[in-house]
Ligand binder design. Structure first.
Ligand SMILES: [Zn+2]
Length: 324
């Protein structure tokens, strides 16, 4: 290792040689006892004191370059030493004899790094592709959350409309023939037709289950796909039923066409909202454990490591069992 640390600072060989030279020169010309400091400094830096004003070349440039391999070219783009951030442009590119890997030696700190690493055109395009993918993913998530909000609103509206029917009431004139019809909604009644009661009950059970399930899926989606949200941020998921049901409640209340079923329908939307909230809250709690269970069942062990974030985020360990 050629770079020496002095506290927080790494000083390369060439610079250390420079410091020694300044110390000696200043000591000689100014008559100061700086050579003592230079001796201690060189002892620490190279493990041997230097007694004259010039640090021997072999101390500055290690004879390692020749051992590594033959130069195959020079770096032609700005590339920075991963250790000391020195610009390596124009440095010789060597082929390591043993590893057959192209390396470049930093003249400042003396350490080797892979030549041309991160400097190819494909790397730049890979980065662009990753950016494009991240943008597409964000867009997909936004769309998904918007759709979930929309469907949560729709189903709360459905909780009313599935149990109401359009009815026409004829307005009679004195002669007995209807002159015009007025149309309005009426709630379906258990007495509408034989078996209507059991139909209504089945319908109510199905609709309630779907409403709850939709809330559950929405909550689970947030906790799995937005796994990085922490603490209260996850609870922003309840905005989906709030906005969805809020809009459907507004439309239902403000549109005069629903006036005849307004008082009957409003509590139903509120009930659907409560079911959705319950679904979202339970989904937030169970979304990740259920997803982990599904991944264990569906994804082979080695591939599962790509989903490790779902374990780590809950401070759990993903154990990849070996298949023997
Ligand atoms: Zn360096």
């Amino acid at each position: 290792m050629a770079g020496k640390t002095f506290g927080q600072i790494v000083i390369g060989r060439a610079n250390r040689a420079c410091i020694v030279q300044i110390l000696f020169t200043a000591g000689q010309t100014q008559g100061l006892p700086l050579h003592a400091i230079a001796l201690v400094f060189t002892q620490y830096s190279w493990g041997a004191p230097v007694f004259c004003g010039r640090v021997p070349d072999e101390m500055i440039h290690e004879p390692l370059d020749a051992e590594v391999g033959s130069p195959v070219g020079r770096l032609e783009t700005d590339t920075f030493c991963p250790h000391c951030h020195y610009n390596l442009v124009s440095q010789a590119v060597l082929r390591d004899q043993r590893l057959e890997v192209l390396v470049v030696r930093c003249p400042e700190c003396g350490r080797f790094s892979a030549a041309g690493h991160g400097a190819t055109a494909s790397r730049a395009w890979l980065n662009r592709l990753a950016t494009a993918f991240a943008a597409a993913w964000a867009l997909f998530l936004a769309l998904l959350l918007l759709l979930a909000t929309f469907f949560l609103g729709m189903i709360s509206f459905g909780m009313v409309m599935a149990f109401a029917r359009f009815e026409a009431t004829p307005q009679m004139n004195p002669a007995g023939a209807p002159v015009r019809y007025t149309y309005h909604y009426v709630p379906t009644k258990p007495t509408d037709y034989p078996n209507a009661e059991s139909d209504l009950r089945t319908q109510l059970i199905v609709m309630s289950s779907v409403t709850f399930a939709l809330g559950f899926v929405a909550g689970g989606m947030v906790t799995v796909l937005l796994w990085h949200l922490r603490g209260w941020q996850r609870w922003l998921a309840i905005l989906m039923p709030i906005v969805g049901c809020g809009v459907s409640f507004m439309i239902f209340t403000l549109d005069p066409i629903y006036e005849s079923i307004l008082r009957w329908g409003q509590p139903r939307i509120a009930g659907a909202f409560a079911l959705e909230m319950l679904g979202v809250i339970i989904g937030l709690q169970l979304g990740r454990p259920i997803t982990r269970g599904l991944l264990r069942l569906l994804v082979p062990p080695k591939l599962r490591q790509h989903f490790v974030f779902l374990w780590l985020v809950d401070h759990k360990r993903l154990v990849i069992e070996k298949i023997v």
